[in-house]
Design a protein around this ligand. Structure first.
Ligand code: 5GP
Ligand code: ZN
Length: 115
């Protein structure tokens, strides 16, 4: 828990969010500013600021996030059509919230390059 972290507060249910899925390790909620018909944010319940902060001892959270996103994609019926998983790192990477998170985007055609 980081005291001033909005995503820690969401995992602790201290501020409202449209939580769609949760287990012991991960919380998934609707992005407040969706970029696709389906735009979920998946976060580990432990505070890790950025993907570059992963270590041998906490890297399991990435597996947890991806497995959760895959299951959610199936539940939301976007798995067969296709979906995109994104992790932004640092300012030029587009990261705005410094609590590691995985974006699950789907429900429309994705484009490349992503912009
Ligand atoms: P980033 O730009 O760091 O990769 O992604 C942060 C995402 O979190 C953005 O897509 C932004 O819309 C979303 N976000 C930021 N603050 C909140 C919030 O308080 N609630 C929810 N549901 N989403 C948020
Ligand atoms: Zn946090």
């Amino acid at each position: 828990m980081s005291a001033d972290c909005v995503f820690c507060k969401i995992t602790l249910h201290q501020i409202p969010a449209k939580i769609v899925w949760e287990n012991a390790q991960v919380v998934a909620f609707q992005d407040i500013n969706p970029q696709a018909p389906v735009h979920m944010v998946l976060v580990p319940k432990t505070h890790i600021a950025r993907i570059i902060d992963l270590t041998e001892s906490n890297a399991f959270v990435v597996k947890d996030l991806i497995f959760a996103a895959n299951e959610l994609a199936k539940t939301l019926k976007i798995a067969d059509g296709g979906y995109r998983l994104v992790i932004n790192c640092n300012s030029a990477g587009g990261q705005t919230v410094y609590h590691l998170h995985l974006h699950l985007l789907g429900g429309r055609q994705m484009h490349w390059p992503p912009g």
